[in-house]
Write a protein that binds this ligand. Structure first.
Ligand code: PGA
Length: 258
């Protein structure tokens, strides 16, 4: 029996001023009850990380950055390293988001280096994977996702791998209002867990949290979270308002044991 603590993440992307971010963190901590089976992750833009860190008082609320550079320091104008994020108080870093891959051209190889850099600091990575619409329609979903995992995670020691969170975010579902059905998501999540078994072993695969992202809303979260291999949500648009994200955090499943 697995007892994975679920991870419900707000990815604010390039939204919110410092004041808006602090006010959100404050309200959410007051509005939602603490539950032992879940953690809340807030990923503000870099500019609001320090302020949100100071505004978080609940131990079930964690702080994430949305990206980092793979090197620790050096002549990389405009970049931020994992150790700098650790220094500001981050707990997690989201890596390989589809916008990083498709708008900023990040490769699996670079993303793999970022995963290792984040783990070296003691923070935890949330590695995003997911297929484009063409891949889904041509039946290449498993090949694409399998390759993304192999290329960015191969060689990672089991002791580090067990700390990973992986977010399955079908690119065709991000910001489009088209959510994967719970069955479609579960199918890929089960595939991801199986791939983790072959990359490491069963015990590691059972510890890794696999989150779903792509048009998660208050009205679809319950059915997604009810699936056995879905251990969390990575939420973009619906995480910008306290009311909708608060409802997502308070998802309810019919008592299924994970
Ligand atoms: P969305 O974004 O919830 O707006 O679809 C999800 C994401 O990009 O992480």
């Amino acid at each position: 029996m697995n007892q994975r603590v679920s991870l419900i993440a707000a990815n604010w992307k390039m939204h919110k001023t410092i004041a808006e971010a602090v006010s959100f963190a404050d309200s959410l901590q007051r509005d939602v009850a603490k539950l032992a089976d879940r953690e809340v992750l807030i990923a503000p833009p870099y500019t609001a990380l320090a302020a949100v860190r100071n505004a978080v008082w609940r131990t079930d609320f964690k702080l994430a950055a949305q990206n980092c550079h793979e090197e620790d320091k050096g002549a990389f104008t405009g970049e931020i390293s994992a150790s700098m994020l650790r220094d500001i108080g981050c707990d997690y870093v989201i890596l390989g988001h589809s916008e990083r891959r498709h708008v900023f051209g990040e490769t699996d190889e670079v993303i793999g280096k970022k995963v290792a850099a984040v783990l070296r600091t003691g923070m935890l990575p949330v590695l995003c994977v997911g297929e484009l619409l063409e891949a889904r329609e041509s039946g290449a979903t498993f090949d694409v996702v399998g390759n993304q995992l192999d290329r960015s995670l191969k060689g990672l020691p089991a002791a580090q791998a067990r700390q990973l969170a992986i977010a399955y975010e079908p690119v065709w579902a991000i910001g489009t209002g088209k959510t994967a059905t719970p069955e479609q998501a579960q199918e890929v999540h089960a595939f991801i867990r199986k791939r983790c078994r072959s990359l490491w072993d069963k015990a590691v695969a059972n510890e890794i949290r696999i989150m779903y992202g792509g048009s998660v809303k208050p009205d679809n979260v319950d059915s997604l979270m009810a699936k056995s291999d879905i251990d969390g949500m990575l939420v973009g648009g619906a995480s910008l308002e306290v009311a909708s994200f608060g409802r997502i955090v308070q998802y309810q499943t019919p008592g299924e044991t994970k």
